[in-house]
Design a binder for this molecule. Structure first.
Ligand code: GLN
Ligand code: ZN
Length: 752
């Protein structure tokens, strides 16, 4: 064995799975037709892997929705309320994934969470008192057989018990112990079935090993596998880890009876050092993850070769990807709008198969020609470096990251300048992107709507939006963001240094895919990006209108970043571009500017010990750089989507914004306690209602929510707003909800 991957994208080259699923949900196709689409995708994927010489193409990496959900189902961890719907197998899966409603039933979907440090979301397994774990791995077995029937011997993959137990939610005083022995038993049964099928290799994925592990967790991991591996019999078991190194359990992993161990050499900063220090067992195979499964750049063979050559072991090495390829798009082949000279630097899933194959060729047989071709690609001058920008960044001094005067002093000046009432009301930025808005944008993009006509349309929408907000009685208005397709792409398209793909979709969850833009070169801002719309909006009203920008960290986190310069460097480039925009807005008379950092929490390193040194130590200053040069009277707002920042609260305060709004309505306001305990200084707008559902909150409900906030925080510190942008909502529910929000605020203000 020489070549391996961990998993392949399952959405299909042209998002076939997404479209088939959506048709199935709309009842336009039958289950059988859906299954045919799925089967075709699987067969194509296996054939591709086989053609590239991957020794064991991967099976069971296919999923209709999510592989963690598939595992919950395989273990029978299906809460009773879903079984009670009496749906068939597939529709039960979709009920768990998307919720189910008819005249007689109303069951919500299982919650989703971000899969480790990626933009993919998994469905959180639920363990409750009624949970009875039973093995039913028929999906895995069926897919193995399906491949075998088409002449392909695959390596089935499955998420491991330790990761499952780590990610699960435990309800009704259940714990890991409640289900542990049954879970081990279920995996043992899987091994028995695999032996009956004559399966050669099983890959067990345990990404949870790259998290900080306590002593108890390491013991738990050891216990699971000591038991489990007793039953492997003839099946060989590969333990696969990714998204980092496994420093806490490396020695245990080496001692356990695995036949192969998969390690990540891309994100695993200490992987090589661990091998050097503790050695690697010579009787096991080492699956060396050197081809980056998360980014889209070509692999630098020389560098990968150095990594492989530095591994001092007698064990056999297999060239592998660093993680599943589901985090990159399927193929560069369909990108006909990008120049060849650009495209040749990119490698999506298909191209990565070829890279594995070529690297193995170079490593095992010393294919010099392949190595030199690749060297030539990397020796080429890909971009013209912007020396001026580099100097500007090199010369940044501490004072460039510090806004003067102090927050307190600014607050007095801003109060005098803005004359806002107590508990100022506002929204997060976007207003509903109705069919009309999306159609106009599409027609403009296709050239069917002229620039002038499109601009007039946008002005009309802005005028309406301002009028509406005045009528509702909000205090700080927004222009509505009708010109934006997406909060990152919109800026990327106007900045120099970005490139865009046509079909490079990556699954975010279920049927939802995203197409992250690619940072190609040094980022600069050739012209102002938002001033025109913000000033137009401000001209329509005497009330302040917020300028609306996306922050540098979020722009970078939702793009494919460069690998030839650091994330810090790219973020600072973006920060300088956004800073220039902030100053232009200020010059144009905009008094309040919101800089969204929706995705700041998202890329927090998996290990706590890396939080500051690897991330926050530059991410927070990058944000500060953006607003450090504004006048004291200009009020800077920021917005963050996930309120899970209790553990980094002082870093959020250190962003030194004047006001922050965030999602709080679903987190039971627990974060408010944390704000209080940590003496949070920034003014806060904890969202008072959930915009992720079309439900209209009543005035009374919002009033109660505000009162609960005011129980904990002083009146002068609080802003009133929904918990995120209104883009995905309809007009009707939006207007009603905002009317209730203003009404509730007025009642509180007048002490009723
Ligand atoms: N200003 C953006 C909007 O309202 C923020 C979106 C977000 O937080 N995801 O749409
Ligand atoms: Zn948000």
């Amino acid at each position: 064995m020489k070549k391996s991957i961990i998993a392949f994208p399952r959405i299909g080259e042209n998002r076939e799975l997404k479209f088939a699923l959506e048709k199935y949900f709309r009842k336009e196709i039958s289950e059988k037709e859906l299954q045919q689409v799925a089967k075709a995708i699987r067969l194509t994927n296996w054939q591709r892997q086989k053609n590239a010489g991957i020794d064991f193409p991967i099976s069971n990496d296919f999923s209709f929705y999510d592989q963690t959900l598939d595992l919950s189902i395989a273990l029978n961890a299906i809460p009773e309320r879903y079984n009670e719907l009496n749906l068939n197998k597939l529709d039960t899966l979709f009920a768990l994934a998307r919720g189910f409603q008819d005249e007689a039933h109303d069951v919500t979907a299982r919650p989703m969470k971000k899969w480790f440090n990626t933009n993919y979301h998994y469905l959180v397994p639920e363990i409750n008192r009624e949970t009875t774990i039973k093995a039913n791995f028929s999906k895995l077995i069926d897919e193995y057989r399906e491949a075998k029937e088409s002449g392909i011997e695959t390596k089935p993959t499955v998420i491991g018990p330790y990761t499952f137990l780590t990610l699960a939610e435990y309800l009704e005083d259940t714990t890991v112990e409640t289900v542990l022995s049954e879970i081990i038993n279920a995996y043992q049964q899987l091994l028995v079935s695999l032996n009956q099928e004559n399966v050669k290799w099983l890959q067990i994925e345990e990404p949870a090993l790259v998290l900080d592990q306590s002593k108890e967790e390491i013991v738990l991991f050891e216990k699971i596998y000591q038991e489990l591996l007793k039953h492997k019999n003839k099946v060989k078991v590969q333990l696969q880890t990714y998204f980092g190194d496994i420093r806490d359990s490396y020695t245990s992993v080496c001692e356990l009876d695995f036949d192969g161990i998969g390690l990540d050499f891309v994100e695993g900063r200490e992987t090589a050092a661990l091998i050097q220090k503790y050695g690697f067992p010579k009787d096991k195979l080492l699956f060396a993850g050197v081809v980056n499964g998360k980014n889209i750049w070509r692999n630098n063979y020389q560098q990968s070769l150095e990594v492989l050559n530095a591994i001092k072991t007698e064990a056999q090495i297999i060239v592998n990807t660093s993680c599943s390829l589901q985090h990159v798009p399927v193929t560069t082949k369909n990108e006909d709008k990008l120049e060849k000279n650009i495209l040749k630097h990119f490698s999506f899933a298909n191209e990565k198969l070829e890279e594995i194959s070529q690297l193995a060729d170079i490593y095992f047989t010393g294919n010099e020609q392949l190595l030199h071709q690749n060297e030539a690609l990397f020796n080429e001058k890909r971009i013209q470096e912007n020396l001026q920008l580099k100097q500007a960044i090199d010369h940044l001094a501490e004072k460039d990251f510090i806004r003067q005067p102090s927050l307190e002093r600014r607050r007095t000046l801003q109060n005098e300048a803005l004359h806002l009432p107590l508990l100022p009301t506002t929204t997060i930025g976007s207003f509903p992107q109705t069919v009309e808005v999306r159609r106009a944008r599409l027609n403009h993009k296709k050239g069917e709507l002229s620039n002038e006509a499109y601009d007039t349309f946008l002005e009309e929408k802005i005028r309406e939006c301002i009028e509406l907000q005045e009528k509702i009685g909000l205090d700080v208005l927004v222009h509505g963001e009708f010109e934006r397709n997406d909060m990152v792409e919109y800026f990327g398209e106007q900045l120099d240094g970005y490139v865009f793909t046509q079909k490079a979709w990556v699954q975010s969850y279920g049927t939802r895919c995203v197409k992250p833009p690619i940072v190609w070169g040094d980022i600069t801002r050739p012209h102002s990006m938002t001033v025109r719309w913000s000033t137009f909006a401000q001209e329509q009203t005497a009330k302040p209108v917020k300028g609306m920008l996306t922050g540098p960290v979020t722009i970078l986190n939702w793009s494919f970043p460069r690998e030839d310069i650091s994330l810090r460097e790219s973020t600072l480039q973006l920060a300088l571009a956004v800073q220039a925009e902030v100053l232009d807005l200020e010059k144009a008379g905009i008094k309040i500017i919101q800089i969204d950092e929706a995705a700041l929490r998202e890329k927090l390193p998996l290990r706590k010990s890396d939080w500051y040194s690897e991330y926050l130590d530059w991410a927070i200053p990058a944000f500060r750089l953006v607003h450090s040069k504004v006048r004291p009277e200009t009020q800077i707002h920021t917005h963050m989507c996930y309120s899970e920042f209790e553990d980094i609260i002082s870093s959020i305060d250190a962003m030194d914004a004047d006001v922050i709004s965030f999602e709080a309505s679903r987190s039971e306001l627990s974060i408010i306690d944390a704000l209080k305990t940590h003496h949070f200084q920034t003014l806060v707008g904890p969202g008072v209602y959930d915009i992720h559902s079309p439900r209209v909150p009543s005035t009374n409900e919002i009033k109660t929510q505000i009162s609960r906030i005011l129980d904990k925080l002083p009146l002068e510190q609080v802003w009133i707003n929904p918990d995120c942008g209104l883009k995905t909502r309809g007009n009707e529910e939006t207007i009603l909800s905002l009317e209730h929000l203003v009404e509730a605020t007025n009642l509180i203000r007048s002490g009723v």
